[in-house]
Design a protein around this ligand. Sequence first.
Ligand SMILES: *[C@@H]1O[C@H](CO)[C@@H](O)[C@H](O)[C@H]1NC(C)=O
Length: 231
Amino acid sequence: MAFLIRVALLAWIYQSVLSVVPLRSWEIQHNVRTKESSRAHIGSGFGLDARLVPLDFFVMSKCPYAIACEQRLNDVLALVGEHVRVTPHYIANIDGYPTTCKHGESECLGDRQQLCVLKYAKFHAFWKFLMCQDKNVTSIGEPDTAEACLMELDASASVVSLVKSCYSSDEGDNALRNSAHKTSQLGVRGSCTVWIRGREFPEDSSVEEYVSEICKPSGHVGSSSGCQLMR
Ligand SMILES: *[C@@H]1O[C@H](CO)[C@@H](O)[C@H](O)[C@H]1NC(C)=O
């Protein structure tokens, strides 16, 4: 009960701040990124600020645990999204061609679609796309679902067309292979795995535990980034 009140209070404080401070990183991108800037964007989550706390999560797009984990992260980001730099990573088998995924071919497609949105749109748009796809695990990866979710982003026609051509081609497969390669290099196998500041964090922690981990002043992050909202 006390926890619920605290979350409600945090949400209220966050909403109040949100209504007065323009949050540039939450805007959806309407123009086309260059290759250079889209690469810089991957992993930059809610902003490029080096003081942001790195949060990496590793998933398979159709894994029920991943979906539960992403819902939890959604609640966390609603409270402290301004303080983290979120990077999604995918788990897939890239030993041969084609790439294979534990939950079938449609999971590889879903992974590609998510990575292609991340490549061409701002992180906030990626997150919105993810939440849209997660509404129905069965339909993740279906072209109709991807298109419907893309339409919800208010992205420009040029971004939509770049995203579609990305996930329908080798560009999307390469993005998945690169991501899955990095995941396996990092030795991560479980969906969902969460790292905060490069260290594994129990993914099933409560929203409150995530918030206190993200907001604790530590290491290179420095006390200045320690979630003014939380004090
Ligand atoms: C979820 O997606 C599947 C496959 O597209 C579809 O058959 C089903 O009706 C959808 N469920 C809901 C609740 O929309």
